[in-house]
Design a protein around this ligand. Sequence first.
Ligand SMILES: [Zn+2]
Length: 176
Amino acid sequence: MPNTDLFNTYAEFAEFIAPKLAEISAERTVLERKIKRTIKRYYTKYDQVTATFLKCLYAAGPVMTRYAEITKEFNHIKLEIIKSKLKYGMVTPEEAAPIRVAEAKHVSVSSVLGGITTRKSRDTYLCPLHAETSGSLKVYKNNSWYCFGCCQGGDTIDLVMKYYNLPFNKAVEWLT
Ligand SMILES: [Zn+2]
């Protein structure tokens, strides 16, 4: 997320956000150094690509988790500000739309499915869009879904549109 955009849009929160951004970039710098060192060490020592890869993932784990947490927190704050600005007529619905759409896509498909149908295994559900008993709907790691029974799929917004029979903008509102 480009810092300048963030501060232009949410100037009132710049004071709060700036230290957090600094924190993230410091952590990312440390992470990059760690990964480079690890790659160098493993390549010269063992020349094992898999070992290097696993080691890098291991090094990246804690920092990336923290990064994801902070990003999520930012997105939440951004949405709350947009909602308040909308309420007081400080932004038009058109200006607020992209961030609401992004936030809606971010809501997990599993959480929506959890409220409307039965889970059959870790990543399969009874499809709420057609009558079945086997569990043809699969949820993927990138937060998309596909039903092999009725051949429908998409992202979180698509699911809400199809299940509740809503137009795009109403589905976004429902999710945010
Ligand atoms: Zn289906």
